[in-house]
Design a protein around this ligand. Structure first.
Ligand SMILES: [Zn+2]
Ligand SMILES: [Zn+2]
Length: 256
């Protein structure tokens, strides 16, 4: 049973890691006629699918480990030890290589690999303790602790991914801050229809309407737009769309 579940785990691992690698690569693709913002959210899709795989995996481990806590089985301690060392080396190298990933997708992948490393560390510690003492419950106990650690981290990551697809405001952006900065531009009399969202948790978009105090030539408007962009350059926004309005112009998106 142990070998079967290990094989199943490895198969699931290869599948989900391959999937996120594929989505990560796909997310670099620019715009097409169908996906006008490019493929950035595919990376997010990878993060969400992998989070679900991790949750399912952790729950599966819990359903096996919790009963074993009360009724620990026999274990081949020496074999466990060697397998653990091998597992730590292989998975540790993968974590070390992938650690620099910035996207939510890559973070979930790192978390997944970290889970595997921690799993093997637990097996290592467990086998060392069991060599010297008769404490067979150590093995399932460590599994339970790791599963909770992973579930907690998946929860944090999944929350971020869902915030992005549900169009929540990106964590690093403050609309009040933006309004404050734009109010300091002399020619601007009003700011409205301000929307900010994120494509993938990294690439952020802002749209807004600015009412101006009088008529400006296009060349003057261009300078003003430049000023707005400069003013907001520290706000981690990658894509700004600005619409100018005159003093008496009616805008149906005033309170949108
Ligand atoms: Zn407007
Ligand atoms: Zn609007």
């Amino acid at each position: 049973l142990a070998i079967l579940s290990d094989a199943l785990h490895d198969l699931g691992d290869s599948f989900s890691l391959g999937l996120s690698w594929y989505f990560q690569k796909l997310s670099k693709k620019g715009r097409t006629k169908t996906f006008l913002y490019g493929y950035k959210r595919f990376s997010l899709l990878g993060a969400i699918i992998n989070s679900i795989v991790l949750v399912a995996g952790s729950i599966f481990i819990l359903t096996k480990a919790i009963p074993e806590l009360f009724n620990p089985g026999e274990t081949n301690v020496q074999g466990m030890l060697y397998l653990a060392i091998l597992g730590i080396v292989v998975n540790g190298a993968a974590v070390f290589k992938l650690r620099k990933g910035e996207s939510l997708n890559e973070k979930v992948v790192s978390l997944h690999l970290l889970e595997d490393v921690l799993g093997w560390v637990a097996v290592l510690i467990g086998s060392i303790i069991m060599m010297y003492t008769d404490a067979p419950f150590i093995d399932p106990l460590l599994s339970v602790l790791i599963s909770f650690f992973v579930l907690y981290n998946v929860y944090k990551n999944l929350k971020k991914s869902l915030l992005v697809i549900l169009q929540g405001i990106p964590e690093e952006i403050s609309i009040d801050d933006i309004r404050q900065k734009l109010k300091n531009i002399p020619k601007v009399t009003d700011i409205h229809d301000c929307h900010a969202w994120s494509m993938d948790g990294q690439y952020n978009i802002l749209t807004l309407h600015l009412r101006l105090d009088k008529d400006y030539k296009l060349s003057e408007q261009a300078k003003l737009k430049e000023r707005v962009r400069t003013q907001l350059k520290d706000e981690s926004i990658n894509h700004i769309t600005i619409e100018f309005e005159g003093q008496d112009e009616y805008c149906e998106l005033e309170d949108c």
